[in-house]
Every structure is written in C-alpha cells, then in structure tokens.
Design a protein around this ligand. Structure first.
Ligand SMILES: Cc1cc2nc3c(=O)[nH]c(=O)nc-3n(C[C@H](O)[C@H](O)[C@H](O)COP(=O)(O)OP(=O)(O)OC[C@H]3O[C@@H](n4cnc5c(N)ncnc54)[C@H](O)[C@@H]3O)c2cc1C
Length: 527
C-alpha cells in the first residue's frame, strides 16, 4: 500500500503549483496523480505547433446542445497530461482585473482582495521585463514578450489606436484597459506550462512522486475525513493513502465529477445515478461560467498573415528549422498574439469585453482547414450572467461529464457580445488593417440587431475559460471556504479554476496558478 502526506489530483495549472510548492522544501511526501502522460514532446513545447498537439493531450469534451446557440453542441478542449490545460493553451498571460478580486472579497471570500492576491501573482512570476510593483522576476512561471509577432498583429493595435482606443503595454499593471501585444508564458521561445514551472524542476526529489497515466476514480472518505484515493492504472484499481490530506485540482469539469463520484454533491442527482450520498452539497457542479466568444474573420489578399497555402507551408518549414536551431521566429507564435480590453456598456465597473487577434483564418476552433490568408478577431463577454452546470452522465470515472454552460441564457450577455462584435468590425476596417485587403468571411448587417443576434447564436462558442463549479465563499452553501478547504469533510482542499466564485475578466491560467500557490500556503498554515 502506498502512502504519502499529501496527494494532489491533477497536474494542471492549479495542481502543478500546489504540488510543487508543497514538495519543494523536501519536508513533506507528496504524490501528484495525473490521468494523462508527461507532455514533454516537441508539439507541446513549440508554441507554433499548438494546432497539431496530439489527441492524447486533450479531452476534447463537448457540451449538451445549447439553447442559446440555436441548439448547437459546443466544443470544450481541456488539457490532459502534466501541465493540464496550460500544456495546450494559447499562452496568453493575463491575471484579470483588480475589480474581480475585490468583488470576490465583497462576495464573502475574505482574504481574496486584489491586494491580497497580487503578492501571489508576483511570487509565481518571472517576467523578462523585470520586477516592479506588479510583476515578479524570481518565480518559476516565465513570462515573455513575444519573439516575432506577425505584422498584422501590430496593425491591429494601430487600428485600435486610430479609433482612440488607447494602447496598453502591460495589461497586468495598474490599468487593464486598452489594446496591445500580449505577453506569453514562454521561456526562450518554448511553452512554459505550469508543469515545466513547478513540477519538472523537482521531479527527481526523493519526497516527490509523480504518477502519470493514472486516473483517480474517487476519493476515499472514512469517518468524515478523506484518507486517500482510488486510482486506475491499466486495468486494476488500487488505493493510495494520504496521511494529511488530498488536494483536488482536476479542473472545472473533472473536480466536480470526482466529488460527485465520491458521493459529495447534490443528493438527488447522486441518488439518480445510484451513488451513495456521503455529503449533500447542492452547489457541487453548479455555477458554471465561461467566456462566450464570437470570432469575426477576414480573408486577405495579402500573404503577410499565417496562411494555409503551399507558400504558407514552405514558410512554416523554414520557421520550424529556425525554431529547432535558435528557438526564435514565427514558430514562437501563440496565435492569439494581440488583443485588448474595453468597456462596451457605460455602466460596466471594468472592461466588459476582451479581444484576441489571430493573424490567421480560424473556423470552428481551428478544426476546419481553410485555404488562403486572413485574420480573425475574437470578442468575448468578460463577466457573463448566464450560469450552467456539470453533472454525471454515468458512474464511469473515465467518461466525460455532462457539460451545460447554458450560453447566452441571459439576454444581457448577448447585448454585450453584440456591442463587442460591432467594435471588432470597426477595428478591422480602420486603415492600418485595411491595407491588407480584408474581405469579411461572415457578412451581416451590423445595424440590424436581430440579424447580428442570429449570426452570434449560430457561430459563438467558448474561448476556453470554464470556472466556478466548486464555488468558494464565506457562506455555508459554498463548496470551499476562503482557505480552499471543502466544507463538511476533513482533509480535502480544491485548487483549480473550479473554485472561482465569479469568472475573472481575462484568461484563466495565471489565476488558476495563483489559486494553487495560495492553497499551498493555506495547507502549510493549517499543519
Ligand atoms: C485551448 C485552450 C486555450 C486556452 N488559452 C489560454 C490562454 O491563452 N491563457 C490563459 O490564461 N488561459 C488559457 N486557457 C485556459 C487555462 O489554460 C485554464 O483555465 C487553466 O489551465 C485551468 O487550470 P486548472 O488547474 O483548473 O485545470 P487544468 O489545467 O485543466 O488541469 C486539470 C488536470 O487534471 C487532470 N485530471 C482530470 N481528471 C482527472 C482524474 N480523474 N484523475 C487524474 N487526473 C485528472 C487533467 O488531466 C488535467 O491535467 C486555455 C484553455 C484551453 C483549453
């Protein structure tokens, strides 16, 4: 029987950070259990290979048909293997807005104001621009300026500026608002996943055990305390013991799934699935929030953008050669190279739409091969009002959970997205981008609300930021308390995107890592 002080379930953004921080000083025996593999291949490490990452590194989940999306089924990629979603994401480094964390505190999460979380963002970070009041230069997570953004990405920023939309060089500094080139989680031209930051450097330490290709089936709860986990490796199941506790970091879909498989969740739903109720927690799997996103697209006459043509492929072959030799050039692209944050509603407390500019034509999450050249502009709703759920379809831990983001259920989200898409078009039509000769791939009368809404419902989907399904809060109904401890059971913490009570106004990797950093400190403080 194997036994450790702590078991961390899931080696993604939150899990890598919490496992690394607990293990690094050598005083605790820590086991990190990850369903996927090591993810140390060239497709993961080379940013520009992102569209070619193997199926074994992505769960490729789908949603149930979405009423708000005219009955369409949404796509929900999720990373599998060390690094989790940080091993397959677009590497954009964004923390959210000061308002988000001050609001979490106002919602009852004491100790989570912006000024409380900023030290953890700084502690995690090693920014190539160096340290200042907002940034760190000594942390394990490397953050870089992009090596060679496409000229159209710069043109996008200039187009925004020509409309009096200010340029912002640091979205994670004192003001998030504006447009600019994103900083990325890369080091020396390679992807810097959370696992490369926190797990790889200590993988040979004697007190740290990493079990990849090992699926956690459920938690073992004895006398109100979590004492270990049942895992599946190959065909058989076995128990691994945790003397001091278990940290659940399986992400916004799989953390509530594992809790429910362990009998912790909404009692009625568990009974329907024939699972013995250990703890009735109605909010497990509730409160699912995600950034609903619309991608406008333009075909260009110019061959400056990244293109799916013979010439484009030859250019890429040259770029691969350069990257193998020097780790520089076009293969350092994160695709979502530029973007910005702006208020489209006058009464918004902070920017309510985020843009991602991609110097390539993007259709159906990149799953459709498009010939020719062009650029795409994502606009997403930063603080959606719609709320969805994660439920169990079956009791098989290897099966996908039932995901219902309930996109655009709340009409307010549609109004924000409509305004965001309109601004996307104004930016694309401004002179600096217009010189590339763009033709709208999805023309619609932008002045006609009904036509635009229909287009949005026919084409919008996630920009990959599901959160909130194991909500943190000061109230009794919250799944975890503000020290990330699961209420109603001992020896169990959650450290991943699922604990966010409200989605942050930006990409969710850095916030998930910050949550992992904090969880390690809460656990140490409780020892
Ligand atoms: C395509 C894509 C692009 C994105 N782009 C960006 C971006 O540019 N910038 C940004 O900030 N964010 C981005 N995100 C979002 C960001 O990466 C995630 O929000 C973040 O990584 C979530 O961290 P997490 O710890 O909650 O979960 P994850 O990182 O998803 O980790 C969960 C881990 O748990 C493991 N696991 C699950 N179930 C089990 C089980 N039963 N047993 C064992 N292990 C299990 C999984 O295999 C996985 O490794 C993107 C996400 C995707 C999918």
């Amino acid at each position: 029987m194997e036994s450790f002080d702590y078991i961390v379930i899931g080696g993604g953004s939150g899990g890598s950070a919490v496992a690394g921080r607990l293990a690094v000083d050598g005083t605790r025996r820590v086991c990190l259990i990850e369903a996927g593999g090591r993810n140390d291949n060239v497709l993961i490490k080379t940013p520009g290979f992102m569209p070619f990452i193997r199926n074994s590194s992505n769960y490729k989940y789908e949603t149930v048909p979405q009423k708000g999306l005219n009955g369409r089924i949404g796509y929900q990629p999720r990373g599998k293997g060390l690094g989790g979603s940080s091993a397959i994401n677009a590497m954009v480094y964004i923390r959210g807005n000061r308002w988000d964390y001050d609001n979490w505190a106002a919602m009852g999460c004491s100790g989570w104001k912006y000024d409380d979380v900023l030290p953890y963002f700084r502690r995690s970070e090693s920014n190539e621009r160096g340290a200042d009041d907002f940034h760190g230069d000594g942390g394990p997570l490397f953050v870089s300026d992009q090596g060679s953004p496409n000229p159209t990405s710069h043109a996008f920023v200039e187009s925004a500026e020509s409309l009096q939309l200010r340029t912002n060089r640091d979205f994670n500094g004192d003001n998030q608002e504006g447009f600019g080139i994103y900083q990325v989680t890369q080091r020396n031209g390679e992807r810097w996943s959370a696992a490369r930051a926190y797990v790889e450097p200590i993988r040979d330490q004697g007190n740290f055990t990493i079990r990849t290709k090992t699926l956690v089936e459920r938690l073992v709860v004895e006398g109100g305390k979590v004492t270990g986990v049942m895992v599946r490796r190959g065909k058989g199941s076995e128990m691994i013991y945790a003397r001091r506790g278990v940290i659940l970091s399986a992400g916004a879909f799989n953390s509530p799934q594992i809790l429910m498989l362990s009998g912790i969740g909404p009692a009625e739903h568990l009974k329907e699935r024939g699972i013995k109720v250990v703890l009735d927690r109605p909010e497990v799997g509730a409160n699912l929030q995600d950034h609903i996103d619309y991608v406008s697209g333009w075909q260009t006459e110019s061959d400056v953008p990244i293109g799916g043509t013979l010439k484009g492929t030859l250019k890429m072959a040259g770029a691969i050669f350069e990257h193998r030799r020097k780790r520089t050039g076009a293969m350092t692209t994160c695709y979502a190279e530029a973007g910005g944050f702006w208020k489209v509603m006058d009464d918004a407390p902070a920017p309510d739409v985020q843009w991602h500019f991609v110097p390539a034509v993007l259709e159906d999450h990149g799953r459709e091969n498009v010939k020719g050249y062009g650029f795409s502009l994502h606009a997403c709703v930063l603080r959606p009002e719609s709320r969805g759920t994660v439920r169990l379809g079956t009791t098989d831990p290897a099966a996908a959970p039932v995901i219902d983001p309930n996109f655009l259920d709340d009409e307010r989200d549609l109004a924000v997205l409509r305004a965001g898409v309109r601004l996307s078009h104004r930016i694309a039509e401004a002179p600096p981008l217009h010189v590339y000769g763009p033709t709208d791939r999805h023309p619609v009368d932008l002045n006609d609300d009904a036509a635009l809404d229909e287009m949005i419902r026919n084409r919008a989907d996630t920009v990959y930021h599901p959160v909130g399904t194991c909500r943190m809060g000061g109230d009794e109904n919250a799944v975890v308390d503000p020290t990330l401890k699961v209420r109603g059971v001992d020896g169990l913490w959650i450290a991943d995107a699922s604990v966010m009570p409200k989605i942050v106004s930006g990409n969710t990797n850095a916030p998930s890592i910050m949550i992992g950093e904090r969880c390690a400190d809460f656990i140490k403080a409780a020892e």
